[in-house]
Every structure is written in structure tokens, then in C-alpha cells.
Design a protein around this ligand. Structure first.
Ligand code: NAP
Length: 474
């Protein structure tokens, strides 16, 4: 049984099968059918036809579907976590946490659905508005096209599907080719939870054809994309006039001041650099330590990294599994070797076996090295000595990205300076930049993207404001 394509209210046969492999041992996990041109057309047409069904679905019914989905996610936690661990290569304990978060994402979406509202507008504040009664409200956009990456195959899909339903939209989802099985499992749950069948559609296949067809179709009113900056730029150039949210990459800096709790800072920073092999958009990449604490900080970071267990993601003891593909592990191996040739020092790790790359801490790096200048998206971080706090703030900002940054300090003046100066969508104080609670506004400045997710904010991006002005008589 292949399929896994849900189009026009049913599972359809589709085209050539796409085999999905276990990212640690390469064994086959099954396959899904890729969408042919006619499947893409049928999915968009179905979503378009059902946009009105969704818009007319009372909010309490949308909330019920979302809450039931959350419940089923909790009930199937173990199966889902094992699917994520196998197809994404994510350590089982981290995969379990992803399932918990997804249930939260759907629960909060249900709450936010009940809070969608507008405001009255005092039109008579200007002479032209005298005699008019005004208010604005939020209307669903119609069809949301959702395109998602491999690294959180459940929760990042949830961050698009849940607000789309909460806002009263129909949807076509295209998950990453490396991790389609989790999306299929989520669709089975959504259908069981009562999501209107023709309104939610699931397509598989390559981004440049299936993804692009969603991006360019005028019936798709909104593209919600999470992935690389390179693809984000292409999407923006191809979308035409429609709403677009882009959640892109980062090069997350961490600043550790001399007054910080060093043991805690090192432990959390190493975790934030290496968890899920650094394949998180807010993974720690650049660590700026004050020169007074630099030696001790480097030692503690190395110790914390070396304490993490590397191995089979399905093993309970494992902290760090493989990278998504061997070519990605080879890419980062090449970047580290290049940095070494330019004078960088490997403090720990620097080893590859197949698609597994060991947690690696570098020092003596320079800003033009790839490990500093580009998003590493691998278990590699660099520790850099800074003369003072101002200098570390300046260096932290020296990136084209701007998603999240963090600072460890107990000094309130430093905290306030960091908040004011760091040009990032999120500033985390006394924890790693990889901190995220699913309801908080989340998104980047500069090349890290456009718009914000986090349920309330995603709903805002998936609705249009409609103004109503009523001329009063008498
Ligand atoms: P990616 O290569 O950009 O792919 C993301 C999705 O876009 C996949 O479904 C892909 O399809 C599709 N795609 C590729 N080319 C396309 C095109 N021309 N038109 C439309 N869709 C297209 O990213 P990835 O490697 O999966 O994920 C890693 C990146 O995502 C990193 O840069 C990371 O920082 C970023 N990310 C950001 C966030 C955030 O919230 N800001 C969260 C997670 C990840 P295929 O299946 O064909 O590849």
C-alpha cells in the first residue's frame, strides 16, 4: 500500500512512489505516492471549493476538531515519536517532546480560534466619517498553501495546519520529501478528528514542481513556508500578489557575560548547539564569551558536548542521531576541514561516520569562514573570545540573519542593552536561543524571514482584515 496522498476528500493513487528510509541505518520505512500534475490541480481545486465550507464552519466546531486532534496526538504519542525518530533521524526522547509540543500547538489553536475578533472604529473622528458606524473584522484568506521542512515533521506542520483550520481556511500541505510519513499520520488523525474532507489536502513530491505549483497558483491566497533562505527567496519571487510568510534560517549567537552562571550557560549552550545534530533553525552557532572567562567556558562547553550520547535515534540513551543525509554530514565535514586549514582549532568532535557527525566545538575561527558566515545547520559551533560586552553585541549582529539570539548575564544593564541592540526576532535571556514556547511570536528579521508564527500571530497572517462602514440614517 503506497498512496499517502489525500486529495479531494480521499486517499488517491497518485504517481511514482517515493521511498522513505530510516536515516540511521538506511532501511526502507515504506513509501508515499508523489503527486502528478492532475493531483496537484485536484488538490487546489478541492481546497478552493471547500474554502467556503471552512469559512462557514462555526468556531466552536473548528475548536472541537483542533482539540480532538490534540487528544489523538497524545494517544498516539509513541507511534508518532518512533516515526519521527526513524524518518527524520531525531533522538526518540526529542521526538517524544515534539509530539507533546504538537498537541499543545493544536490546543492553543483551539483557544485562539475563540479569540479571533476585530474592533469598532470611531469613523466620526474625521468630518468625512460623520454619520457612519465602523468596525473591522478578520476573514479567512481562503486557501492556505503550506510548505514545510524535514526537521520538525510534526510540529512545524502543526504550526501551519492548526492556525489554518482555526482561522477557517482550506489547506493544501506539501511536507519535505525526506519526512512525509509523519504528515500522513497527522492527516489520518485530522480526518478522525472531523476535519472537513475536501478542505484539507496532502501532496508529496519535489519542491520545485509540487511546491512551486502551490506558490504560483492564483487560487492559493496565502503561502506559509518554513525552510531555507535560498528557497524562501525563490518563493517570494514566484508567488505574485498573495500573502507570504517565510520562516527561514539563522546563525544563532549566544553571548556569555563574565557574571553569568557558567556551568548552566555552558550546559544549555552545548545542548542548543548539538541537539538534533544542530538541524534546528535556532541552533547555537556562534558563542561569544568574555575573555576573562573564555578558557573555563571553552572547557565546560567541550565537557557538556562530550557528555551527549551519539548513536541510533531509536535507542533510549541516544542524544544525537545522524544528519538527514550523508551528503549533509560530508558538507559539514568539508566546512570544518576548510576552517582548520584556515587556522581554526577543533576543541572536540570533528569526526564523521556515514551520516553521523560528532558534536564539534571550534575556536580560533574568523568571520569569513563558512562555519561562521553561513548557516551551519549541523552539530558544529564556534567559541569566540570578546574584549567586552559591547563588542560581543556588535559581533552577534554581524550576520545577514535575525531569528533568535541569547545572552547569559545576571546584570540588568547588560540585559537591557542586549534587548535594545540585538536585531533579532527573539532575544532569550539566560537560556539558549533554541528556546521556543509554541504560542509566543516567532519569526525572523533580515534574511530570516517575513511574518510571525505562534498561533495568534499565524492566525493574523492567515486572515484578511475587512473594514465595514455603515452609513446611518436618521
Ligand atoms: P528547504 O530545502 O528550503 O525545503 C523546505 C521545503 O521547501 C521542502 O518541502 C522542499 O521540498 C520545498 N521546496 C524546495 N524548493 C522549492 C521551491 N522551488 N518551491 C517551493 N517549495 C520548495 O529546507 P530544509 O532543508 O527542509 O530545512 C532546513 C532549512 O529550514 C534551514 O535553513 C532551517 O534554518 C530552516 N528552518 C526554519 C525554521 C523557522 O521556523 N524559521 C524552522 C525549521 C527550519 P523538497 O521536499 O523537494 O525538498
Amino acid at each position: 500500500m503506497v498512496s499517502g496522498l489525500f486529495v479531494g476528500g480521499k486517499w488517491v493513487a497518485g504517481g511514482a512512489p517515493l521511498e522513505v528510509k530510516n536515516k540511521y541505518d538506511g532501511k526502507s520505512l515504506g513509501a508515499v505516492a508523489t503527486a502528478r500534475k492532475e493531483d496537484v490541480e485536484a488538490a487546489i481545486a478541492s481546497a478552493d471549493r471547500h474554502a467556503e465550507t471552512m469559512a462557514n464552519l462555526p468556531v466552536h466546531k473548528r475548536a472541537e476538531i483542533l482539540l480532538r486532534t490534540a487528544e489523538l496526538l497524545k494517544q498516539r504519542k509513541e507511534t508518532l515519536a518512533r516515526t519521527i525518530a526513524a524518518e527524520a533521524g531525531k533522538a526518540l526522547k526529542i521526538a517524544r517532546a515534539e509530539v507533546d509540543r504538537s498537541a499543545t500547538t493544536f490546543t492553543i489553536a483551539a483557544e485562539e480560534a475563540r479569540r479571533i475578533h476585530g474592533e469598532t472604529v470611531a469613523l466620526d473622528a474625521v468630518p468625512a466619517g460623520e454619520g457612519y458606524f465602523g468596525f473591522w473584522l478578520r476573514r479567512p484568506v481562503g486557501v492556505v498553501g503550506a510548505i514545510t521542512p524535514f526537521n520538525f515533521p510534526l510540529n512545524l506542520v502543526a504550526h501551519k495546519v492548526a492556525p489554518a483550520i482555526a482561522a477557517g481556511n482550506a489547506l493544501v500541505l506539501k511536507p519535505a520529501e525526506q519526512t512525509p510519513l509523519t504528515a500522513v499520520a497527522l492527516f489520518e488523525i485530522l480526518l478522525e478528528a472531523g476535519a472537513p474532507e475536501g478542505a484539507i489536502n496532502l501532496l508529496h513530491g519535489d519542491g520545485e514542481t509540487v511546491g512551486d505549483a502551490l506558490v504560483t497558483d492564483p487560487r492559493v491566497a496565502k503561502i506559509s513556508f518554513t525552510g531555507s533562505a535560498a528557497v524562501g527567496k525563490i518563493i517570494l519571487g514566484r508567488a505574485g500578489i498573495k500573502k507570504v510568510t517565510l520562516e527561514l534560517g539563522n546563525s544563532s549567537p549566544v553571548i556569555i557575560a563574565p557574571d553569568a552562571d557558567l556551568d548552566f550557560a555552558a550546559k544549555r549552550t552545548a545542548f542548543g548547539a548539538f541537539v538534533y545534530s544542530g538541524q534546528v533553525c535556532i541552533s547555537v552557532q556562534r558563542i561569544y564569551g568574555d575573555k576573562k572567562i573564555f578558557e573555563s567556558l571553552s572547557e565546560k562547553l567541550v565537557q557538556a558536548g562530550e557528555a551527549m550520547v551519539v548513536g541510533d535515534p531509536l535507542d533510549e540513551k541516544t542524544d544525537i542521531g545522524p544528519m538527514i543525509a550523508q551528503k549533509e554530514a560530508e558538507r559539514i565535514e568539508g566546512w570544518v576541514k576548510e576552517a582548520q586549514a584556515g587556522g581554526a582549532k577543533v576543541l572536540s568532535g570533528g569526526k564523521r561516520e556515514g551520516s553521523v557527525y560528532w558534536p564539534t566545538m571550534l575556536s580560533n575561527v574568523t568571520p569569513e569562514m563558512k562555519v561562521m558566515a553561513q548557516e551551519v545547520f549541523a552539530p558544529v559551533a564556534s567559541v569566540i573570545a570578546c574584549d567586552d560586552f559591547e563588542e560581543s553585541l556588535r559581533q552577534a549582529n554581524a550576520t545577514s540573519y535575525g531569528l533568535q539570539a541569547s545572552v547569559f548575564t545576571r546584570d540588568i544593564d547588560r540585559v537591557l542593552r542586549a534587548i535594545k541592540k540585538l536585531n533579532f526576532g527573539g532575544v532569550i535571556v539566560n537560556d539558549m536561543p533554541a528556546f521556543r514556547a509554541d504560542h509566543m511570536p516567532y519569526g525572523g528579521n533580515k534574511q530570516s524571514g517575513l511574518g510571525r508564527e505562534g498561533l495568534r500571530f499565524a492566525i493574523e497572517e492567515m486572515t484578511n482584515i475587512q473594514m465595514v462602514a455603515i452609513r446611518t440614517t436618521g
